[in-house]
Design a protein around this ligand. Sequence first.
Ligand code: UDP
Length: 243
Amino acid sequence: MSKPEKLIESGIRLDGRRPDELRPIKIEIGVLNRADGSCYFEFGGNKVIAAVYGPREVHPRHQQKSNSAVVRYRYNMASFSVEDRKRPGPDRRSIEVSKVSREALEPVIFQEYFPRSAIDIFVEVLQADAGTRTAGINAASIALADAGIPMKSLISACAVGKIDDTLVLDLNKDEDNYGQADMPIAMTPDGRITLIQMDGNLKRDEFKEALEMAKTGCMAIHEMQKAALMDKYSAQIEGENNE
Ligand code: UDP
């Protein structure tokens, strides 16, 4: 899409959302048989799958840590996930996204419970529409729980930014392309930030307001993550009780 004249008019964005509205979210848990935990996560036009393996043996062995598990996170964008075909394989961006996403999750994982082992997280982006790193983190957090990895809490993530001088939650591709700022954030349910990045500029008071907006967004996502996990596991427990 070429640059639209306005990205927001009378308080309504081009996709019909209010400034503080998230895109629709769909969560499916346990979608992959071979993974220890998995999650399919739709976040508006983003479609991602997270797969968790482990704790398991570390290969190559030299990556082993004697007093804790190593967490490895690979974010990968399918070549068909974006408008202009993406060249397959890792690039600077995917290496950066993998690193910051791993760092967003590590603080809640009890790595010290699993010395000399690896917890591997794979995130595959099947369809992208801005916000894939936040979608991946949300999916990975659920997949970790599905794999039974002990965690202090879930992690929830969404972006906040600025378009046409208005702060908005969860930017889509056009808003990301033609907006003034984009700030992905991840946090624990009690508001401890584990990821914050920013493209563009925000004034100091806008930054404060944006943080509050992101917090409200993350809390809403946390409720959905929790509900999806409760749904899957309460149904399973009920089934076991009826056996
Ligand atoms: N994108 C693309 N080709 C690429 C990388 C990104 O078309 O090689 C698009 C994709 O829709 C992505 C968006 O640009 O979601 C924003 O990318 P960014 O690097 O800001 O990361 P994201 O918002 O996805 O976490």
